[in-house]
Design a protein around this ligand. Structure first.
Ligand code: MG
Length: 300
């Protein structure tokens, strides 16, 4: 069988037909938040229900990076290479300093607790953008069941003073997010309210102004089947997004170009590896990867 399904002819140039989708590790409950550390030659990812962050090292395999993790979900790295994490359990966004200490970057807005920060991205100006849906406080599975105090917004942490600003307030449940290669656009997925059969299942696109404000916000692409829990872009602006049947590749003009078929429900992806050409895929109980003929935007 092939691991790939081309929808548009150009997709066949993005993949190598003989490159396998490999299961690197399994035995987890819900993997999420992959982030590549090329300088340490390892990948970190969350195993959310088991309250831990795992580390996968080529040749050495799996070890525990942090346990408990406060039910950490999405991760990224800032401009200095530090780990930035969303934590359901303490309803906050944190930064792990190079000496291992943890700094809280955001845990409230308008005097109220955040819901359960889900995914995070850092812009080249140092601003930190994250989504705050309620998934992590709706049940005790991926955090602690708690009262929701705030609507589900997209936030930006100002790099100069650390202030938190709600930059998009019309989402049902914002989830994955990423910038275009030139950072002129921000893509944000809406995966809809938990327990809502008619939930939103699309990615929206915003224009980013010089002051960090957003305009636009039209629906860019509707994911089918499934929803876009998380995604990353390659250097040409194609979006590699989770979906129910694997990873979907979506062109900068919003067309579905093709699919990477994955045997478990995918949550998120990130690029890494020797040439930033290896797509790591977190999918339910496992971590997978596949080498592509594309390179990811890698910051830093
Ligand atoms: Mg997510």
């Amino acid at each position: 069988m092939s691991f790939f399904r081309a929808i548009e002819p150009e997709f066949s140039r993005f993949v190598m037909g003989n490159a396998p989708v490999k299961q690197l590790a399994t035995g987890f409950d819900w993997t999420e938040g992959p982030v590549w550390f090329g300088d340490a030659n390892c990948l970190l990812f969350s195993d959310i229900p088991n309250n831990r962050i795992m580390r996968w090292t080529p040749g050495a395999g799996i070890s525990v990076y942090r346990e408990p993790s406060n039910f950490a979900n999405g991760h990224t790295r800032d401009r200095e290479g530090r780990l930035v994490s969303c934590e359901h359990g303490l309803r906050r966004v944190t930064r792990t300093e190079l000496d291992g200490t943890i700094t809280v970057l955001a845990d409230s807005f308008d005097g109220k607790s955040l819901n359960s920060p889900n995914d995070v991205v850092v812009k080249s100006d140092g601003s930190i953008w994250f989504t705050d849906p309620h998934y992590g406080i709706m049940t005790n599975y991926e955090g602690y069941k708690s009262e929701q105090e705030l609507p589900c917004h997209v936030y930006r942490i100002n790099p100069s003073n650390g202030n938190i600003e709600a930059v998009a307030t019309d989402f049902a449940c914002p989830n994955g997010l990423a910038f275009s290669p030139d950072e002129s656009k921000l893509y944000v997925a809406d995966t809809g309210a938990m327990f809502d059969a008619e939930a939103e299942r699309h990615i929206r696109v915003f224009d980013v102004d010089a002051n960090g404000g957003l305009t636009g916000g039209d629906v860019f692409h509707v994911i089918n089947p499934g929803a876009s829990d998380g995604f990353r872009l390659d250097t040409e602006g194609n979006i590699w997004s989770s979906a129910a049947d694997g990873v979907h590749c979506i062109s900068p003009d919003g067309r579905l170009l093709g699919k990477i078929l994955v045997p478990e429900l995918v949550s998120n992806v990130c690029f890494g590896g020797r040439a930033k050409h290896q797509l790591f895929i977190t999918a339910t109980t496992s971590l997978y990867s596949v080498v592509l003929n594309r390179q990811g935007i890698q910051r830093p």
